[in-house]
Design a binder for this molecule. Structure first.
Ligand code: MN
Length: 200
């Protein structure tokens, strides 16, 4: 079965005014769809097309050599956006006690965590992502370029922020910092808690 776009669990305008409806519509129905279609195109005939995309991204070096880069880019784009939507919306606007405790332990405080995450999002030169991941049992913040995914290096994503210009340009133009600040108003902390527990 080829990959399909996961259903969005919120309406395009649900994140207004922080992430506008037009951006959500284009981001989901155009950008994400293109990654999905291209992931299917480049995986066809490799023997990996029936595998979950996360498993494919964990085994990029086992793909035919000419497919590794396109699958890393488009398969990564497909998977990263699948994740990203789950971290948005919902009605939990603060971390669970468990997650809060882990963030305090790893970064000192919620403010320090946010500051470090924002620095990663702002410091990613060009297109990419900021992540909170679990790596060898520890929480870490990292950046990835383009559509590289932390799962390819064995890390478990707990929160993600897309900092490609397509994620914010319609509303924020060059003001990535404003978009990054606004992100905190729409984080689905229930999903962070769910992944944190699953990764324990
Ligand atoms: Mn994107």
């Amino acid at each position: 079965m080829p990959y399909t776009l996961p259903k969005l669990l919120f309406s395009y305008d649900a994140l207004e005014p922080h992430i506008d409806a037009k951006t959500m519509e284009v981001h989901y129905s155009k950008h994400h769809r293109t990654y999905c279609d291209n992931a299917n195109k480049f995986l066809a005939g490799t023997g990996w097309e029936e595998k979950p995309i996360e498993e494919v991204l964990k085994n990029l070096d086992k793909l035919p050599e000419d497919k590794r880069t396109p699958v890393r880019n488009h398969g990564g784009g497909y998977f990263n956006h699948n994740l990203f939507w789950t971290f948005l919306g919902g009605d939990s606007r603060s971390p669970s006690a468990d997650v809060q405790g882990a963030l305090d332990g790893a970064f000192g405080s919620m403010d320090a965590f946010r500051e470090k995450f924002e620095a990663a999002a702002l410091g990613q030169f060009g297109s990419g992502w900021a992540w909170l991941v679990k790596n060898d049992g520890k929480l870490e913040i990292l950046q990835t370029a383009n559509q590289d995914s932390p799962v390819s290096s064995g890390k478990v994503p707990l929160l993600a922020l897309d900092v490609w210009e397509h994620a914010y340009y319609l509303k924020y133009q060059n003001r990535r910092a404003d978009y990054v600040k606004a992100f905190w108003n729409v984080v689905n902390w229930n999903e962070v808690a769910r992944r944190f527990t699953a990764a324990a």
